[in-house]
Design a protein around this ligand. Structure first.
Ligand code: HEM
Ligand code: HEM
Ligand SMILES: [Fe+2]
Length: 463
């Protein structure tokens, strides 16, 4: 690490990976509930275990993004974080809000809006935390008087994510209106501003890991963000097919959302070209696996499998079936889980006693078990989803009768979910096996091993 305050990131990452482990417990719990009689139905029914599972996902992914910002911004702006105290206080408040929400769900304290179940006081806490985070980061950049496109895209993504959370604070009595605005948060997060965060981190990692030319990488970053916005904003309408709004949303949603994968394929090309140009010489090859893996898995899960059910003529049948989690799991894993694990894996040797590029065996097991496990889970959800569409929507069987016929796929889901979870367990163990050790190298001056990389400050602009 080059700046003392980059060590803040370690504690964010540590909290994030703990929640990642816990998320798996509730994922597996939700999966086994599909297998037969549920002895826990009166204690933790499916809706609660699933809400805990998905909310833990969102909380830890955002924790990771904030940790990543505390790591990346000092390097990019060449300055210490404005207020480390505020950053730690923010983490404490965030953790309190997160734990309160999760415990609350177990007791049925929820607003019931999928992925936005947080009760009002928790939502307010989230807004306050985000404001503290943005203030701290913006003051850091302001004080430094310099910023780069890479960190600009990363922080703009998180700032807009906070802004887009605001519609979730308003409640509407009319269900259609309520659903209409729910997508302003959920869709514009995952298919808009969070992708800026992913793209920003991808650029940072590719520049550091491959030594690719910063100017070229950042020009492409604008192209990717532009494409995401052009298609993604109007693409929101692919959620407006069956919610009670006018029918003209059907062609609009179909057309624009079908263009969304373009940005994701450009992202893969971006990663590939960087690798081809600059080689794979960086000792932290594991971080490189997670980075390239993120681009490829996003193109698969979000691009291909998103496209698979985005057209109204298809979505008419698949909407709200197990086809949705088929896509939801693979897209989320590729775009936001893998990029988090990439930046954590990249940063870890600089924040702990682990030496760069050494002792990566466990880490590789975690990488392959998670990648293979998630691929298997995606196939299991897909098989179950296709069966469900046919039996329930086309043949007209009842919901529960259909579910009984899908159990074999849910066994496969559970088995591959176990594989995936073993990978997560190894990642968490590997993370905590390294002892935190915060030593700044050369008082913030660039490290010797990066002299070959023509990255530093090449595109620094005044704030
Ligand atoms: C990284 C990017 C993406 C992530 C993380 C993601 C994740 C998700 C999640 C979690 C849902 C379920 C939401 C809910 O029901 O509340 C969903 C729904 C959906 N996604 Fe994505 N998605 C991504 C990109 C895309 C893209 C690019 C497309 C289209 C090409 C797409 C098409 C859809 C459709 C059509 C639905 C609605 C499914 C239904 O009708 O039940 N997604 N996505
Ligand atoms: C990093 C890994 C994971 C991610 C990103 C993730 C993400 C998600 C998301 C976004 C949903 C909502 C799905 C939707 O409606 O589209 C969900 C639901 C669910 N997840 Fe996961 N999950 C992960 C791991 C697991 C694991 C290991 C299991 C165990 C098999 C699991 C089982 C489930 C189940 C059963 C549901 C409920 C699906 C339904 O609504 O019927 N998840 N997860
Ligand atoms: Fe969407």
């Amino acid at each position: 690490m080059r700046y003392r305050t980059q060590s803040i990131a370690y504690w964010y990452f540590a909290f994030a990976v703990c929640l990642f482990g816990l998320q798996m417990v509730f994922g597996l719990l939700s999966a086994v509930k599909y297998l037969g009689p549920d002895p826990l139905i009166d204690i933790i029914p499916f809706d609660r275990s699933k809400a805990v599972h998905t909310n833990l996902l969102i909380v830890w992914v955002l924790t990771g993004f904030m940790g990543a910002s505390y790591y990346v911004v000092p390097e990019e702006s060449r300055a210490e974080i404005y207020s480390p105290k505020l950053a730690y206080f923010q983490l404490g408040l965030w953790a309190t809000g997160g734990v309160t929400a999760v415990v609350g769900y177990l007791f049925g304290w929820t607003t019931g809006h999928k992925l936005l179940e947080q009760p009002y006081p928790v939502k307010l806490t989230i807004v306050i935390v985000m404001l503290m985070f943005l203030y701290n980061i913006l003051m850091t950049i302001r004080k430094a008087g310099r910023w780069t496109t890479t960190e600009g895209v990363l922080i703009a993504g998180l700032g807009l994510a906070a802004l887009l959370y605001l519609p979730a604070l308003i409640s509407f009595d009319n269900y259609t209106i309520s659903i209409f605005y729910r997508w302003w948060t959920i869709h514009l997060w995952v298919e808009g501003v969070w992708e800026m965060v992913q793209a920003g981190l991808l650029a940072y990692l590719l520049i550091r890991l491959s030594g690719a030319d910063r100017e070229v990488m950042e020009k492409w970053l604008y192209v990717i963000v532009g494409l995401v916005f052009i298609a993604g904003i109007i693409g929101t309408a692919h959620h407006y097919y069956w919610v009670g709004v006018p029918a003209y949303w059907l062609p609009i949603g179909g057309l624009f959302s079908a263009l969304e994968p373009l940005a994701l394929f450009v992202m893969v090309a971006y990663a590939y070209v960087a690798m081809r140009r600059s080689g794979l010489k960086h000792p932290n090859s594991l971080a490189l696996h997670w980075t390239i893996g993120s681009a490829i898995f996003t193109a698969f899960g979000a691009g291909l499998l998103g496209l698979a059910h985005t057209w109204p003529a298809v979505n008419k049948w698949t909407h709200g079936t197990l086809i949705t989690p088929m896509h939801g799991h693979s897209a989320f894993f590729g775009a936001y889980v893998m990029i988090n694990l990439a930046i954590i894996t990249f940063a870890l040797p600089t924040l702990t006693d682990r030496r760069e590029g050494e002792d990566q065996k466990l880490g590789y097991w975690a990488f392959w078990l998670m990648s293979a496990g998630m691929f298997g889970m995606t196939l299991a959800f897909a098989a179950a989803g296709v069966g469900q569409v046919y039996l329930e929507r086309i043949m007209g069987l009842g919901y529960l009768e259909t579910q009984l016929k899908l159990q074999v796929h849910m066994i496969m889901l559970t088995a591959t979910g176990v594989l995936f979870s073993i990978g997560v367990g190894l990642f968490v163990y590997d993370f905590f096996r390294a002892r935190p050790r915060f030593i700044t190298q050369g008082d913030g001056a660039p490290r010797g091993d990066e002299e070959a990389a023509p990255d530093d400050g090449a595109a620094a602009e005044p704030a």
